[in-house]
Design a binder for this molecule. Structure first.
Ligand code: A2P
Length: 348
């Protein structure tokens, strides 16, 4: 008794974390199916102690599936997510393929769980850097309203997949040995030029738009407005890839609508906020760090302080595991909430 679950992209950086999150979840699971490209077919991965053979993804993979978690790239989702829904599976898609579709809920459970009620079989998981920012800002928005956000991200290479993690390792070793290394993945596998990430932050994540913003920055701007259901929140972003394997860090400046906020009031709110751990004791040198956040499901928040010049404006610094809250955990959390709300079925 339980759900028949398919993981699409099961061999990838996010897919392997999805498997771990499913193993830890209290979601009733009857069976799992691991799907990837032809290259991985036949590979054996575990679910709890069981051996599961990875299968090549085809439309028929979704016959007899209740829940499909997708993280194999936007192209794969565009082609196969509708095939899964057609066969009766509820899809939680971690790619950007359907995020801005007005018919598709874009959900961070701590922020807009109610959007799940209007799903038509497909729910989108937001971009990793957007998720942790809205987890940190939502409780403050609820208390004081949110007028404007300026964010700069320091994002881990694992957001670009397993090959990017390998590139960071190999390139760092080569640079330390004084050897030549030809980057092939970062900043963006599909773009024309590739640059050194070892010891070298790159101010490009995803491709450039005509307006000079990268697509990652575009996602942070538009996904934030959609998740908070407020087109009037002013958001702007600069997204930077840094030589870190796991966990994104973000410097967030925000202006509140209402007066009366103080650092201690904001800290009190954050202390109680779902999904947030406050790490903010400058006198003890306590603030969030990527190495501490990696492997955890929470968003760690610190460095809360007022803008020195502008009233009602503050800074915070947040850090979260981009593969967990930014991707795999948020997806499995959505599935858990769908189950709790009796929504884990495709509406007729
Ligand atoms: P595979 O391992 O067979 O290439 P990452 O984000 O770490 O790069 O992982 C991407 C995931 O998406 C992997 O599991 C990869 O499988 C899977 N994938 C990539 N392309 C396809 C495809 N065309 N069909 C199915 N799975 C794919």
């Amino acid at each position: 008794n339980g759900y028949r679950v398919a993981v699409v992209g099961a061999t990838g950086a996010v897919g392997t974390r999805m498997i771990e999150m499913l193993e830890q979840s209290n979601l009733p699971i009857a069976s799992v199916k691991y799907l990837a490209s032809k290259r991985s077919a036949g590979k054996i991965l575990k679910f709890k102690k069981q051996d599961i053979t990875v299968e090549e993804l085809v439309p028929e993979s979704f016959e007899e599936t209740d829940l499909a978690l997708f993280s194999a790239g936007g192209g794969v989702s565009k082609k196969f997510a509708p095939e899964a829904v057609k066969r009766g599976a509820v899809v939680v898609d971690n790619t950007s393929a359907f995020r801005m579709d007005p018919e598709v809920p874009l959900v961070v459970p701590e922020v807009n769980e109610k959007a799940l009620y209007r799903h038509k079989g497909l729910i989108a998981n937001p971009n990793c850097s957007t998720i942790q920012m809205v987890v940190a800002l939502e409780p403050l928005r609820k208390a004081f309203g949110l007028k404007k956000v300026i964010v700069t991200t320091l994002q881990a290479v694992s957001g670009a997949g397993n090959r990017a993690i390998q590139e960071l390792h190999d390139e760092t070793e080569a640079v330390l040995k004084g050897e030549k290394y030809e980057p092939e993945i970062l900043p963006v596998a599909g773009d024309k030029k590739h640059y050194q990430i070892a010891f070298n932050p790159l101010a490009q994540i995803d491709v450039f738009e005509d307006d000079g913003y990268t697509h990652e920055e575009w996602k942070m701007i538009h996904e934030t407005k959609k998740i908070m259901s407020n087109e009037n929140i002013q958001v702007t972003a600069t997204c930077v890839r840094v030589p870190v394997a796991v966990a994104h860090s973000e410097s967030v400046w925000f202006e509140l609508e209402k007066e009366g906020a103080t650092v201690s009031k904001l800290q009190e709110i954050l202390k109680k906020a779902p999904g947030v751990v406050l790490e903010d004791e400058p006198d003890k040198q306590i603030y969030p760090q990527a190495v501490n956040a990696a492997g955890k499901k929470d968003t760690f928040v610190g460095r809360v302080r007022p803008d020195q010049e502008q009233p009602n404006a503050f800074h915070l610094y947040c850090v979260s595991d981009n593969l967990l809250k930014g991707a795999a955990w948020n997806s499995v959390q959505i599935a858990e909430r769908l189950h709790a709300l009796d929504l884990l079925r495709v509406p007729k």
